[in-house]
Design a protein around this ligand. Structure first.
Ligand code: UDX
Length: 433
């Protein structure tokens, strides 16, 4: 089938390459010139395991093409995916839908044939209803159907999650073609017996928002328990293991530590609260305020622990920060807990040296005043304390012996509960978490 993907960021580039992998002919539309040129040359402008090979292969065969022309898009296909960003508005909780709106505004007036527009971006409930009205107003003499087909991919596993999702959800208006078209697009997944759920558009929008809100709640739940464990001298990992054996609870997403960040969970729970407020249902989601509070408290607590380890003041201290990405296997630093902590520590007068295996360029752009090191050893040179804030494998397996000769003080803070405490203590390190 022929299809267009509007917006080639983390979501759109992955979706476009994966649709080509499923045998479709895909045109990707990207308006940022640098990104577009890289993608057209078969290069992925961000780190995502497995995606560069896939993208390059399909660019080379011509199954996937990249353009900036909406006119070309309107000509190319009758099925369009919206994969543009929906970031948090500056200084507000709600989502900025300007990219979604402008995709509709630019595309729909150009359509010469009936078309199906499938939204993949995470949007506040009610967006598809609003866009359907807008599309009706903008469409010439053609029928433009809007439906929502949310994406549940995780960065770092984006290709796997897109090709083998846990479920496909299609939120369609009655009487349209969305269900049938999605069954065709995703036929290989249906052959694998992937659950295929058809709902109305508002429900589909809420499926995505609810899933992310639940995941965020699970993380903040275990982090709240971690606060109690700190006060009581108990072991939060043992608790997560023990409660996780209950199949109703499950062990996944119960890793206590520095909490969640990234381009999705933090902004999605805030946008969800804002939308509930608009709908007059704010009270239903007041618990998400606390989920956010617990999460943000992890960052301040990490700064406090670092200051305590440094003897009560960070002034003039050297702090090594290992990890900057919001999670391993990603170069994404949007709302990164690690960089937030590094920035706060610097503000309190320490000199902070950061190293991350993949996120150095993005970190430099976001926090240009921090020092950036060539590797973990370089970052730890003369350090009074070393912080592990993203659980990259190379930090999890880092031998204390490697850092022994370079640090000033053998203090390690494990921000992700990912280190082997005994092996650090055996080398004379003071271990904190
Ligand atoms: C998330 C959802 O998982 C995905 O389904 C949705 O489509 C987009 O948002 P992503 O942001 O890529 O995906 O990352 P995820 O793996 O969910 O991790 C989010 C954050 O939670 C990371 O900062 C991670 O470090 C943190 N986390 C995760 C924890 O602190 N503890 C855990 O147990 C799990």
């Amino acid at each position: 089938m022929r299809m267009v993907v509007l917006g080639l960021g983390y979501l759109g580039a992955t979706h476009a390459a994966c649709m080509a992998e499923l045998g479709h002919e895909v045109l990707g539309i990207e308006v940022v010139p640098k990104k577009r040129q890289q993608l057209a040359a078969g290069e992925v402008p961000f780190y995502e395991p497995g995606l560069p090979d896939l993208l390059k292969r399909h660019i080379d065969t011509g199954a996937l093409r990249v353009s900036d022309s909406y006119a070309e898009a309107a000509e190319f296909a009758d099925v369009f995916f919206i994969a543009v960003g929906t970031p948090q508005k500056k200084g507000e909780y709600s989502a900025d839908l300007s990219f979604v709106d402008s995709a509709i505004d630019e595309l729909v007036p150009l359509l010469e044939r009936d078309a199906l527009i499938l939204g993949k971006s995470t949007v506040p409930v009610g967006t598809a209803n609003r866009l359907a009205e807008r599309a009706d107003e903008l469409a010439k003499d053609v029928n433009v159907e809007i439906a929502w087909n949310p994406e549940f991919l995780r960065e770092g596993f984006a290709v796997l999650d897109t090709l083998h999702p846990d479920r496909v959800v299609v939120g369609a208006f009655p009487g349209g073609t969305a269900e049938e078209t999605c069954r065709e697009i995703y036929s290989s997944m249906l052959e694998e017996n992937t659950p295929f759920l058809v709902t109305d558009p508002s429900t589909a929008e809420l499926v995505k928002t609810s899933a992310n809100a639940f995941l965020a709640t699970k993380i903040s739940f275990i982090n709240a328990i971690a606060e109690v464990c700190d006060a009581a001298g108990a072991d939060v990992t043992a608790i997560a293991d023990a409660i996780g054996y209950d199949a109703r609870i499950g062990r996944k997403f119960l890793n206590a530590g520095l909490g969640f960040g990234g381009g999705c969970l933090p902004k999605d729970i805030r946008a969800f609260m804002a939308r509930a407020g608009e709908l007059g249902a704010a009270e239903a989601l007041t618990f998400l305020r606390e989920v956010d509070n617990v999460n943000m408290r992890r960052r301040t607590r990490m700064v406090e622990v670092t200051r305590e380890v440094c003897g009560g003041s960070l002034l003039g201290k050297r702090v090594a920060v290992l990890g900057a990405a919001f999670k391993p296997e990603s170069d994404d630093v949007r709302d990164s807990p690690a960089l937030n902590v590094a920035g706060q520590i610097q503000l309190q007068g320490a000199s902070v040296s950061v190293y991350d295996p993949k996120a150095m360029d993005n970190s430099r752009k976001l926090f240009p005043t921090l020092d950036y090191a060539a590797d973990a050893i370089d970052a730890s040179e003369g350090a009074d304390v070393t912080l592990v804030l993203t659980e990259w494998k190379e930090f999890v397996t880092l031998k204390p012996q490697v850092l022994n000769p370079v640090v000033r003080e053998r203090n390690i803070i494990d921000g992700r509960l990912c280190l082997n405490r005994q092996s650090w203590e055996a080398e004379g390190w003071s271990y904190y978490s």
